[in-house]
Design a protein around this ligand. Structure first.
Ligand SMILES: NC(=O)c1ccc[n+]([C@@H]2O[C@H](COP(=O)([O-])OP(=O)(O)OC[C@H]3O[C@@H](n4cnc5c(N)ncnc54)[C@H](OP(=O)(O)O)[C@@H]3O)[C@@H](O)[C@H]2O)c1
Length: 197
């Protein structure tokens, strides 16, 4: 399964580092083009600097851009034809960190509306970037990453990748479960959980 990452800031580059450290290849893109990612790609074996269009063609596409930039980042990238989009995003943004009013919708529903035809899985959104690049083994167990989304097979694919990265995937279920690990608002993002095997 090919992997693309749209967004190469704190979260996008942390995911690239975690993948590279486990020998998993991926392409990564930002708003400024592949040339601006040459240094990052040279540092990370298996990670290739790409255009947004190239990264979006992967079987599994991580979306990791500030909330207000998501519509522009995904515009024109379809048809998604069942490819998995991993929604790592939170509807809150620097500099004021005020929660975006979603009119009661789950944030992943809003993202899904922007990538019609994609199988959206919400994951990798609740831990700080540094914890994604750090050792997933913690306190004698594995750090937990939550997974939710309407497509069970897509959730399973993302969970499998989370396992390969050394974390423990906690599948919360369908899209509505996304509210549990939505930040801000959900009760789970404030928790840095460890699963003891
Ligand atoms: N930071 C965290 O610890 C953390 C934790 C959990 C979840 N999140 C969520 O992850 C998402 C990304 O946050 P971040 O902290 O990684 O943001 P960030 O450090 O500001 O990086 C944002 C990235 O998005 C790219 N981007 C912006 N507009 C784009 C466009 N139109 N097309 C392609 N790429 C575009 C930027 O490209 P350029 O570099 O070219 O500008 C940059 O690489 C947010 O939704 C945030 O809520 C963040």
């Amino acid at each position: 399964m090919s992997i693309g990452i749209i967004g190469a800031g704190a979260i996008g580059s942390a995911i690239a580092r975690a993948l590279s450290a486990r020998g998993i290849a991926a392409s990564i893109a930002n708003s400024r083009g592949p040339g601006s990612l040459a240094t990052l790609a040279a540092e990370l074996p298996g990670i290739t600097a790409a255009s947004v269009e190239e990264a979006a063609r992967a079987d599994m596409v991580f979306l990791a851009v500030p909330w207000s930039k998501i519509p522009a980042a995904v515009r024109g990238l379809g048809p998604w034809e069942g490819r998995i989009v991993v929604d790592t995003n939170n509807p809150i943004e620097a500099p004021d960190f005020r929660a975006v009013d979603l009119g009661g919708r789950a944030s992943s529903d809003v993202v899904a509306g922007l990538v019609p035809g994609a199988r959206v899985v919400k994951a990798f959104n609740h831990l700080k970037a540094a914890l994604l690049t750090g050792d997933p083994q913690a306190e004698g167990g594995r750090r937990v990453l939550f997974v939710s989304g309407s497509d069970a097979a897509a959730r399973a694919e993302v969970a499998k990748l989370i396992e390969r990265l050394g974390f423990f995937p906690l599948d919360l279920g369908g899209t509505e479960a996304g509210r549990l690990h939505q930040f801000p608002g959900g009760p789970l993002p404030v928790l840095n959980l460890v699963k003891f095997d």
